[in-house]
Design a protein around this ligand. Structure first.
Ligand code: COD
Length: 162
């Protein structure tokens, strides 16, 4: 059976922590679909279109990764695209409770779709999109935390001269 996994998230914007999880997932599954949640209740820094573009640019060299966006329940989206797995990254114990809640609810909604957790690379255990935005907003360097194309996009967003 072809193994298709969804790697879901906000990716606002993609960090090297996200990219590491996507790359490692792509070595295990036949296809990894990165599903960007288009959450109408949140005001993201980057539009869905911008996030798709940044993800496409940073994953261009991984042939079995596809970028997409979705609305509504992750489990419905997974079924729609024929995925049999959900990949989530774990950074610290603090992630565990939230992730366990999501995974348990998803399992209740559909017990045929498994959730796989990938432990973060130690280098990225402190890294999140929110922390990156906070640093970039006050003109701190995010080099080594996000792909170069994202670094440039953040500079443009916060109008930092290059
Ligand atoms: N190292 C490793 N993994 C990381 C790192 C890092 N530095 N940073 C983030 N990650 C992982 C996260 O743990 C997560 O697995 C993934 O990367 C995406 O992270 P984010 O922060 O971009 O996205 P989240 O966690 O805010 O997105 C969660 C969703 C909103 C996408 C999720 O809740 C969802 O799929 N919702 C859909 C609605 C739904 O189905 N609800 C019912 C289930 S309860």
């Amino acid at each position: 059976m072809r193994k298709v996994a969804i790697c879901s998230g906000s990716f606002d914007p993609i960090t090297l922590g996200h990219l590491d999880i996507i790359k490692r997932g792509a070595t295990v599954f036949d296809e990894v679909i990165v599903g960007i949640l288009n959450n109408i209740n949140k005001k993201p820094l980057f539009s869905v279109e911008e996030r798709i573009e940044l993800l496409e640019e940073t994953t261009r060299d991984i042939p079995n990764v596809k970028i997409d966006s979705f609305n509504g329940l992750l489990i419905d989206y997974a079924k729609k695209v024929g995925a049999n797995c959900i990949i989530r990254g774990l950074r610290a114990v603090s992630d565990f409770e939230y992730e366990m809640q999501i995974a348990s609810m998803n399992r209740k909604l559909d017990n045929e779709i498994e959730t796989f957790f990938i432990m973060t690379n130690n280098e990225y255990s402190f890294l999140s999109s929110s922390i990156v935005k906070e640093v970039a907003k006050y003109q701190g360097s995010v080099s080594g935390l996000v792909p170069p194309v994202v670094e440039e996009a953040l500079k443009r967003k916060f109008s930092i001269p290059r």
